[in-house]
Design a binder for this molecule. Structure first.
Ligand code: FES
Ligand code: FES
Length: 166
């Protein structure tokens, strides 16, 4: 089966009922997508499917065939000089020193990215609600909220006309 992952066609051997998280990690070596509960509860395996936060541990390949899958490896962009440009959500998580063990972080970042696409100027309560089903066993919830707030502000500034930014 062919899957479109981070803008590239990739072939995976698993059948239509195979689960996306194992195709990513075991077949393609994309270990940025983590496995926590493997049962759809914790959110650590979250990827984007056509921009929607999706739990890869309970998603069969048949569901994502023909769709655009974005993993944490695909969230960065390449600058004109070839440098890696972090997504504003990634940068905000670094700036706020959010991770402790880091296991939940790709799922947190991708969930936040999808959320900010639908709500670019969220309140703190909206962030808490949106991120509430992504568990962090290290308890980094306060810093996660602060980072999502900062990312929203950064992304909104980035879309303002230049004269307003100044
Ligand atoms: S590993 Fe997928 S939701 Fe926990
Ligand atoms: S940083 Fe350790 S589980 Fe979230």
């Amino acid at each position: 089966m062919n899957l479109r992952i981070n803008g590239t066609e990739r072939e995976v051997a698993g059948g239509s009922s195979a689960l996306l998280v194992y195709a990513l990690r075991d077949e393609l070596g994309m270990t940025g997508t983590k496995i926590g509960c493997a049962a759809g509860f914790c959110g650590s395996c979250t990827v984007l499917v056509d921009g929607v936060a999706t739990r890869a541990c309970i998603t069969p390949l048949a569901v994502v065939e023909g769709k655009e899958i974005t993993t944490i490896e695909g969230l960065t962009q390449q600058g004109a000089d070839g440098a890696v440009l972090l997504h504003p959500v990634q940068q905000a998580f670094i700036d706020a020193q959010v991770p402790q063990c880091g296991w939940c972080m790709s799922g947190q970042i991708l969930t936040a990215t999808a959320f900010l696409q639908t709500n670019p100027a969220p309140t703190e309560d909206e962030i808490v609600a949106a991120m509430g089903e992504n568990y962090c066993r290290c308890g980094c919830y306060y810093r996660i909220k602060q980072a999502v707030l900062a990312a929203a502000e950064q992304m909104n500034v980035a879309t303002l006309p230049t004269e307003v930014r100044a």
